[in-house]
Design a protein around this ligand. Structure first.
Ligand code: FMN
Length: 170
């Protein structure tokens, strides 16, 4: 069985989890905030999805992975990163996880991200505007609206790899 655990503030990491499940079928999807430990313990394959905010991976997910290292190493676990600068995903990951976690991970991928601007808090809007002035993270024409920059092909390949890993575990 495949479990997909995701952390999300505005829904795009959850959206990617749903797309992965659409490719594979029959995965158990869980928000990290409502994790079902009994169900997860029955999964041979675990996918952990997390967004990047202000150059850092989601703190709750990083803490969950670091505190449950032994449990995860007993499973086939993979990681996907939701971020607009998704090509930087290895940089975010190596900053947070130790060698044992990185050595045992099956697949790591950066799968793109999205900005649902109307849903952002005032603080997030201010930080995004600062980030935009330095990096142009969101193209000008998408300012103050919805901007989806999911890497559809990478999502499909990631799902395919996860399915193969889980099939091999049966
Ligand atoms: C305030 C703010 C800061 C962000 N910082 C980064 C960043 O440093 N690097 C990056 O690649 N994406 C950054 N993003 C984009 C998020 O990673 C992207 O919106 C992601 O899809 C959010 O996932 P979620 O909807 O699951 O919370 C930022 C977005 C916001 C709103």
């Amino acid at each position: 069985m495949i479990g997909i655990v995701y952390a999300t503030r505005h829904g795009s990491t959850a959206k990617i989890a749903k797309v992965i499940n659409a490719y594979i079928g029959d995965c158990r999807l869980m928000n990290l905030k409502e994790i079902d430990h009994l169900v997860l313990a029955q999964c041979d394959t675990i996918v952990l999805g997390m967004p990047v905010y202000n150059g850092k991976l989601d703190r709750d997910m990083v803490d969950y992975i670091n505190h449950n290292q032994a449990f995860l190493i007993g499973k086939n676990y993979s990681i996907y990163i939701t971020a607009l600068f998704f090509s930087e995903f290895m940089h975010y990951v190596t900053e947070e996880f130790n060698y044992d976690i990185l050595k045992n991970v099956k697949v790591i991928a950066g799968l793109g991200g999205a900005i649902y601007y109307p849903d952002l808090s005032i603080g997030e809007k201010a930080r995004l505007s600062l980030l935009n002035s330095v990096t142009r993270i969101v193209p000008k024409e998408h300012n103050a609206t919805i901007y989806e920059n999911f890497n559809d092909e990478e999502i499909r390949i990631f799902a395919q790899k996860i399915k193969r890993i889980d099939d091999a575990a049966q």
